[in-house]
Design a protein around this ligand. Structure first.
Ligand code: AG3
Length: 284
């Protein structure tokens, strides 16, 4: 890749970023993996030519995928991260004092190694942390086989092409449901409300068939196509607004660059066009 790092959305759009140098380029058994030095957005990780993160805005995604479920749950002790090979989600989860153990299952070692070498801001935590168990393996298989229970499961996946495809299906979520503890919550990368409507509907349906409580929340991203992006939220009952105790945020003394206690609840307020697409799948 040279001069420009480009993400194409099907055949109707391309977004390009000035590439001042390709730092890593490889093809794993699962996908193409690249790290480029962009001119303005810092280092950028691309899998199969799709932007996974940039140093400029990774905090937005990692704050919102992590702190919403971890502050909704009253006492999250065990957390499972599926995917998230750059380490950003694990980094944020491990900032929570209640958390005693994080298991992270990433399928592609090449993503972990490329990030360890070039994107320390997210990956440093993967060098080793007493509470973190990093497994290079298949998350689908892991949730099918494990006997462990988790309070929060975070699915930090790529788009549903390549290795991530099964992470959007019903079999996976049936297993996720059974590895969640009594009060468990699962939050998943939920795609664009503009360009991925069929995927959003299908994810919400899959979740609604399995979980008694299902919602979607939105955040303003910088480097995913179209800006607006979503996470799905499903739980065995915990409501991210009614069961959210803002004191937990205040008392944590944690500092954030994106997440706030007001944004936590506000991110569940969706525009009408998005409600029209997914509200029928809400549960609880
Ligand atoms: N996970 C990927 C989000 C989806 C991006 N999609 C796209 N660019 N078309 C991000 C990994 C961050 N830990």
């Amino acid at each position: 890749m040279s001069e420009w790092a480009t993400e194409k959305t099907e055949d109707f759009m391309e977004v390009r970023y000035r590439n001042d140098g390709t730092l890593f380029s490889g093809k794993s058994e699962f996908q193409k993996v690249e790290v480029v030095q962009t001119r303005w957005h810092g280092k950028m990780l691309l899998n199969d030519d799709l932007v996974m993160l940039t140093e400029a805005d990774e905090f937005v995604y990692h704050d919102m995928i992590t702190h919403v479920p971890l502050f909704t749950h009253p006492d999250p002790k065990k957390v499972l991260v599926i995917g998230g090979g750059d380490g950003g989600t694990a980094r944020e989860v491990l900032r929570h004092e209640n958390v005693e153990k994080v298991v992270m299952v990433e399928i592609d070692k090449m993503v972990v190694d490329a990030c360890l070498e070039h994107i320390p801001v997210t990956s440093d935590v993967l060098k080793g942390h007493p509470k973190l168990e990093l497994i290079i393996g298949d998350g689908v298989k892991f949730v099918n086989e494990t006997k462990e229970k988790f309070d929060v499961i975070i699915v930090d996946s790529t788009d549903p092409i390549g290795p991530a495809q099964p992470l959007f299906g019903p079999d996976f979520y049936r297993d996720v449901f059974s590895c969640l503890s009594e009060n468990g919550i699962v939050v998943s990368q939920g795609e664009s409300p503009w360009y991925n409507v069929p995927i959003q509907k299908s994810m919400m349906k899959v979740l609604g068939d399995q979980f008694p409580f299902v919602r979607m929340y939105q955040f303003g991203n910088l480097t995913y196509p179209g800006g607006a992006w979503c996470f799905t939220y499903a739980s065995k009952g915990l409501d991210p607004i009614k069961d959210f105790d803002t004191k937990r945020v205040e008392e944590s003394n944690m500092k954030f660059r994106y997440y706030t206690k007001d944004l936590h609840s506000a991110s569940f307020a969706l525009p009408q066009f998005l409600l029209d697409n997914v509200e029928e799948f809400f549960r609880g």
